[in-house]
Design a protein around this ligand. Sequence first.
Ligand SMILES: Nc1ncnc2c1ncn2[C@@H]1O[C@H](COP(=O)(O)OP(=O)(O)OP(=O)(O)O)[C@@H](O)[C@H]1O
Length: 974
Amino acid sequence: MASQVNGHSSGSDAHGGKSLREDLQQFLGGEALLHELDDLTKVNPVTLETVLRCLQARYAADMFYTSAGCTLVALNPFKPVPQLYSPALMGEYHAAPQPQKLRPHIFSVGEQTYRNVQSLIEPVNQSIIVSGESGAGKTWTSRCLMKFYAVVAASPTSLESHKIAERIEQRILNSNPVMEAFGNACTLRNNNSSRFGKFIQLQLNSAHQMTGAAVQTYLLEKTRVACQASSERNFHIFYQICKGASVDERLQWHLPEGASFSWLPNPERILEEDCFQVTREAMLHLGIDIPTQNNIFQVLAGLLHLGNIRFADSEDEAQPCQLMDNAKCSIRTSASLLQLPEDPLLETLQIRTIRAGRQQQVFRKPCSQAECDTRRDCLAKLVYARLFDWLVSVINSSICADLDSWTTFIGLLDVYGFESFPNNSLEQLCINYANEKLQQHFVAHYLRAQQEEYAVEGLDWSFVNYQDNQACLDLIEGSPISICSLINEECRLNRPSSAAQLQTRIESALAGSPRLGHNRLSQKPSFVVVHYAGPVQYHTAGLVEKNKDPVPPELTRLLQQSQDRLLKVLFPTDPEVKSQEEPSGQSRAPVLTVVSKFKASLEQLLQVLHSTTPHYIRCIKPNSQGQAHTFLQEEVLSQLEACGLVETIHISAAGFPIRIPHQNFVERYKLLRRLCARISPAPHSPFPDEGHSEWSPHTKAATLQPLLQDILHTLPALTQAAATLGDPAKATPAPVHCGRTKVFMTDSMLELLERGRAQVLEQCAYCIQRSWRRHRHRRQERQRRAATLIQAALRSWLARKHIQRMHAAATAIKRTWQNWRIRMAFLASKELDGVQEKHVFQVPLPSASLLRPQAQTSLLAAVIRLWPLGLVLANAAGGVHGFQRKLVVWACLQLPMGRPSSSMVQMAQEQAGVTSIRALPQGSVKFHCRKSPLPYADICPEPSPYSVTGFNQILLERHSLGHVVCHQEYPHLV
Ligand SMILES: Nc1ncnc2c1ncn2[C@@H]1O[C@H](COP(=O)(O)OP(=O)(O)OP(=O)(O)O)[C@@H](O)[C@H]1O
């Protein structure tokens, strides 16, 4: 870096060397700080030197973007810096509350532009003008901006609309590789140089989502098809088809491997742009199907073969020039690829037809060898230019949204930068003319308008001398006499004029212009124009011819005969088109020259730019070799001068770049009075409240001034607040000037106001949030109470219901239980006590029916009286056994022996079992038997594991052993 700085000023004298060393010392000492300055307006003093140092320091620190007031300076890194354009970074700039606070970047310009569209402040439409030398990074920048908008202006709503938006964005992005393949070429200064200018209009709908785009192109360098400077190349697409075609396609397009074409110089150079597949895929996405693509490539192959056609010089002027031997095959192949008849093709190239006289008689004149070559080149240029325009229209129809589906747009202008070569011609004149126009637009927008406005608004302002290029524009395009008008006139007169004559004409007619110069040392006829970026010498040779860009009508007619589907579209046999193509020599209508067409499209472009808010990005090339980490001061210096950057910085730093009409200012910042009201009561209060913003027209004018004053009164408070927040830059009161119709301020003041506004809005939002939360809380509380009440009522109802059901069930059980007990007791007592008589006939004694009634009665009585005794005896532990026992039983029961019923009684007795016998003192016997023959006496209503089934306690009284007391007992009662 030191050597570069040394190299910049290599003074030989001791004093010069010393000052340079000091300078260098100072520079190097301050470098650490210098690279931190991200706005060139902060460089002090603002001179080319300091600006240059700052840029160099930043470049060394890999900081490629620097603000310069209203412009962004973009240094070409000439190396991939992926993190500089990552989607994450895009998101960061998009989400930042103040993107301009972040590091300078094209995304901050992009985001600012997008926010301007969202704010709907007039003019809503925005334009970003990307300018710079060839290879400075304009196309790269435009591409990155398009990607940025594709991300930030994508539709976040429904999945369906998101998909549509994504498809549109993809198409817009796909238009880049197609346009670059057909419109870019490798030049000495840039491997991927755009050979046309373009204005891309990104269309946004009312929700600020990208719905489409439109591309307008300017001045395609079509001469490149047939003529390339040494070490340069043709358009990329020709190399792509030659390198990327498949074997079949090669056969079809007659492009054998290793074939040489004179219009395809330097094919051995391999560039990353030579990617045929990428172009094909992008074309497919844009709706250009494979057959159409093949058709396009076939036509391009036809042009390549056309370029190989060579003519031999003819000795005899009356005879047409003959084809060279090796060109015969080329013309056949070319004719077949272009689907043109071979002989008429050859004839059209060899022979000129002239219509003359009143009857428009046709004369045929053989062309010289040079003329044949010119006609061949013209044919190729004509086809290629039409093909390019057609492609642009196809791209537009694919990406352009319906007129009613978009409301605003962001325009991206990528134009060729200022050009100055040793040999400049009409192309450079047009390019530099466009740059002058854009510079004027810039000057008008930022510099002149700013200063003039200060004067009109009555502001005290010391004017800066800026370079007004109006004089230069007058020289090029002025009326009635200018360079353009003179060249056009030469074309209209259609007279043979030499280059020297044109030079003399220009010099004599425009002698008074301060911007016209003359290079006395020049060998060739030329004139010099002193552009804002420096003097450029234009050679007059061939200027008029280039301006005419003559297309012999027979060439168009020939192409109209083609059977090729694409050429039929490009060259329709439409009479309207025909009349445009063939202006008759006698017509007084203005001739459509290159300059006049370019001027018209430029004016159209400037009209669009004037209706938008412009943003500028100046791309700077740190070195012409395209090397990373190399900052050549001299080269950068000339570019800084060429783009008028230093003046911009100077004025932007000293002036008031922000101008807001009173009405807009009041509308936007009237809520700042709330801040003031909190600090101190406002001095004026005859204005309506914010809630009543619809003032009547007469009150409006009357209230505007006091309102304005009120707002301005809040500024000290705002500045103070900034100071307490520890922002010293904002603490010093930034100048605000109230003009007659507008308020003027600096960026920092605007920032302060915006911050205050955001603060008030934030407080309002808090207030609304608080009220809403309170309201919501109250409502929730009410709802909660109501819910509790409902729950309690329901629960008590349910409990009551349950209890009622349980109660009813318990009552029913109790009743049933009581009834059962009563019934059981009744049945038992009936069985034991007084029922013997009544039920005697019901005792199910077997063979009872066989006994006599008396016998039956006595038997029953005996059973009842004596069975316990029988039981006792039968079950006695010792003593009576077998037959003896039976006899005892029979005797006790007085049963007749051998009767079947006796065994049954025995059975019953055996089953019954006696559990205990106790002799009571009075001589009675008390015993318990396990089971009685009574059906109800042993029924336990409550069976439980602990309960013993009812058993009978039998007491045999001594005094009446025959009287038996039998009652039921329950364990729990014992
Ligand atoms: N930001 C960047 N990061 C990395 N490389 C870049 C950047 N900008 C530009 N370049 C490199 O510089 C080259 C030239 O850039 P670009 O084609 O955008 O220049 P240009 O100004 O459009 O030139 P022309 O006017 O000739 O079309 C690119 O091919 C790329 O290699």
